[in-house]
Design a binder for this molecule. Structure first.
Ligand code: COA
Length: 250
């Protein structure tokens, strides 16, 4: 089923969730978050063995739609973006991601919740929250430093440095790099392989790996409060508006 920028399809125990708004570099709208949140929240009950998050086009995602941030900023825990992030943290269904091109903002931070991340050599990762007058989200204030080390997380968060594909692999942000032309097939194969394994053992394993999910949800709650306040700030509104006048590209 394709609706409003995301297609969701179940096959062979795998639920493929594909970002499908390539003309806007798969920038994530409220409707897209809602579709992804629903797909993740219902996966376990629908007996899905693995979720696969992929994207159409040359960009994984340019992150949150900045026009939505300006015009319809998220408010509470029931906002689609909040439901999406909570689903990522709480689902017991393993998540495989396939990344080509830029993964900006939540495009990078969502990967911190994925279990297998395959990326093409074109992949690049950027978390320019501070440059936009914002703060990290999706638990990344805790998880990014934990994953890649505080010094490298510092360069990404404060300097806004882009992490290239090789570095991301060396840092453990990515499971492995695969050639661009086989990325989708390899990601599908990985998801199918997980889906074919003993279902309850897989889910119990994910619960054990995610034993600290309450701490991550608490980090997300702290971030959410700060993020919403930042969205309303002059700093953020000026920086985000500048993107649409071509001032904030790169
Ligand atoms: N929100 C809304 N629209 C976005 C967007 C975003 N996050 N990212 C890209 N777009 C739109 C552009 O406005 C443009 O629309 P137009 O064709 O109507 O002018 C279209 O997508 C293409 O974007 P463009 O910047 O020309 O593509 P690019 O290939 O040169 O660059 C990116 C790709 C991802 C590097 C660049 O678009 C970018 O930096 N986007 C913003 C990333 C960001 O700051 N995200 C928020 C993180 S919290």
């Amino acid at each position: 089923m394709t609706s409003l920028g995301v297609s969701v399809e179940d096959q062979a125990g795998v639920r493929r969730v594909v970002l499908d708004r390539p003309d806007k570099r798969n920038a994530l709208t409220i409707a897209m978050y809602a579709a992804m949140a629903d797909a993740i929240a219902s996966a376990a009950a629908d007996d899905v063995g693995a979720l696969l998050i992929a994207a159409r086009g040359d960009t994984f995602t340019a992150g949150n739609d900045l026009r939505d941030f300006l015009e319809q900023p998220p408010h509470g825990d029931d906002a689609p973006v909040s439901r999406f992030l909570t689903g990522l943290v709480t689902t017991d269904v393993p998540i495989v991601a396939a990344v080509r091109g830029a993964a900006v903002g939540i495009g990078t931070t969502m990967l911190l919740h994925c279990d297998v991340v395959l990326a093409s050599p074109t992949a690049k990762f950027k978390v320019p929250f501070v440059d936009l007058g914002l703060v990290p989200e999706a638990g990344s204030s805790v998880l990014l430093a934990r994953r890649i080390g505080r010094a490298r997380a510092g360069a990404a968060l404060y300097l806004g440095e882009t992490i290239g594909a090789d570095q991301a692999c060396a840092d453990g942000l990515v499971t492995k790099l695969v050639a661009d032309d086989v990325l989708d097939a390899e990601a599908e194969a990985a998801a199918r392989a997980i889906a074919a394994k003993p279902r309850q053992a897989v889910r119990e394993t994910k619960r054990l790996v995610n034993h600290d999910r309450d701490a991550i949800l608490a980090a997300m709650a702290r971030e959410g409060t700060a993020f919403r306040a930042r969205l309303a700030s002059d700093e953020a509104r000026t920086a985000m508006s500048a993107f649409f006048t071509r001032g904030a590209r790169g």
